[in-house]
Write a protein that binds this ligand. Structure first.
Ligand code: ACO
Length: 401
């Protein structure tokens, strides 16, 4: 028997590509990304134009259905979502069972999974109509879960949405309205959150989106696939970076604010420390989303009159990295998460909630990618491997080992 047979390689050539740096997993008509030139387009529309001129719900429609909606299409879509924005009271009891210290991403993914039990019809989507129903259901219920997750963290009583508000306004209300007081919308915050959600709405085959597609490829259902995507997003090398950025900035502040010391740590190959919020797998010149959000961050901070030593540290790091040959040579620029955390902090969102906000933005992208995968009738995702373990060994009873 030759070594290949022993190792289980029986049919053809297996390509090894750790991290899938060069492996395409699917054909997709949703998002175009040119990392060398810093271009990001959803369904052919540039991210700059969408962030400037569209709102998040329009972008969600565009990603999911392929075209920008007409006024009546958008209205119907929003009404269908609003009709699904109630979450079963029993889900609250599950929420109550979590300790206050639970990480909001764990709470969100668990509640998203729990929704399956209360909406069993969302699992088997055999027709276009079934698919549409599952989509508007999750677009209605997910912001409620996000609001509840925040309130669990801050110990505030739960708030229900208001159907008279826009989709993003309603999210802000569910997150921030204080009991027995009127909630006044701040247009700058609504605009900033709308932009942030648009910028995060899709990013082709990243870690969490690939997870959603691969879990969905087993026909596990939309909510189960999304719950898996939330868990994939949680990690600090992916969506968790926005939380990690703020924690890093806070640690630098606590340590006396010496940014040079941390630049040195990031460059030291023996030190595992990385400058969080810098670098990107695909953007090797600049992250176009970072450019847009940097402007938005300046507006929010100006409008709210925020003066924050953390921001001075962020600006210092950004300046030093852009002038440092280690970062320049490796094309490590601030990514979208470097700035999003700064805005969320100014909005008074707890640091541990930052990745939840990312998930909220990414929801339409995950849905669009799942829908495309199902419509294209993609086969179950099942990568191969090169086996490097032991060859065949005889079994020894425990008494002889
Ligand atoms: N700080 C210091 N050095 C870095 C950093 C960083 N943030 N990022 C990459 N490098 C270095 C690596 O050490 C490596 O150096 P070497 O060539 O001398 O060995 C080189 O740059 C290339 O790094 P890779 O890890 O191979 O790049 P990859 O494309 O695999 O990783 C990633 C991209 C994960 C984003 C990485 O840059 C990183 O860890 N950044 C910090 C975490 C972060 O901000 N993540 C958010 C990503 S954006 C998002 O998910 C929305």
């Amino acid at each position: 028997i030759d070594i290949k047979t022993l190792r289980g390689v029986t049919d053809g050539v297996v390509t090894i590509d750790p991290g899938y740096k060069n492996t395409g997993s699917c054909e997709s008509a949703i998002t175009f990304l040119d990392g060398e030139n810093g271009i990001l387009r959803y369904r052919g529309y540039s991210i700059e134009e969408l962030a400037e001129k569209a709102n998040f719900l329009e972008v969600a429609y565009l990603l999911i259905f392929g075209e920008l909606p007409t006024t009546s299409q958008l209205e119907k879509f929003h009404n269908d979502i609003k009709a699904q924005s109630h979450v079963d009271e029993d889900v609250k009891r599950i929420l109550d069972g979590f300790p206050k210290s639970a990480h909001p991403m764990g709470v969100l993914s668990s509640l998203t999974s729990a929704l399956i039990a209360f909406n069993p019809s969302s699992v088997n989507v055999e027709s276009e109509e079934d698919m549409y129903k599952a989509i508007v259901k999750i677009l209605g219920k997910f912001p409620v879960l996000v609001g509840w997750t925040l309130r669990k963290k801050t110990g505030q009583p739960l708030d229900y949405g208001d159907d008279n508000l826009g989709y993003v306004e309603n999210i802000l209300k569910m997150m921030f309205k204080k009991p027995n007081s009127e909630y006044k919308q701040n247009p700058t915050l609504v605009d900033a959150l709308d932009k942030l959600l648009i910028l995060h709405a899709d990013h082709e085959q990243n870690c969490s989106t690939s997870t959603v597609r691969i879990v969905g490829s087993s026909h596990a259902g939309l909510f189960a696939s999304l719950s898996a995507g939330i868990n994939a997003l949680w990690g600090p090398l992916h969506g968790g970076a926005n939380q990690a950025v703020l924690e890093m900035l806070e640690a630098i502040k606590e340590d006396g604010g010496d940014t040079k010391k941390y630049m040195g740590k990031a460059k030291d190959k023996l030190d595992p420390f990385r400058l969080m919020g810098f670098g990107h797998r695909v953007y090797k010149n600049f992250d176009p989303r970072a450019k847009i959000i940097k402007k938005s961050a300046d507006e929010v901070l100006g409008d709210l009159g925020v003066e924050d030593p953390i921001l001075d540290i962020a600006k210092g790091l950004e300046k030093e990295a852009l002038e440092d040959s280690y970062f320049v040579d490796r094309k490590l620029y601030p990514n979208v998460d470097f700035y999003s955390g700064i805005i969320y902090r100014a909005m008074n969102i707890p640091t541990e909630m930052f990745t939840v906000m990312f998930a909220l933005g990414r929801l339409p992208g995950w849905i669009a990618q799942w829908k495309e995968m199902r419509e294209n009738k993609e086969p179950i995702g099942r990568p191969r491997q090169i086996y490097t373990g032991e060859t065949h060994r005889p079994f020894k009873p425990v008494s002889e080992r």
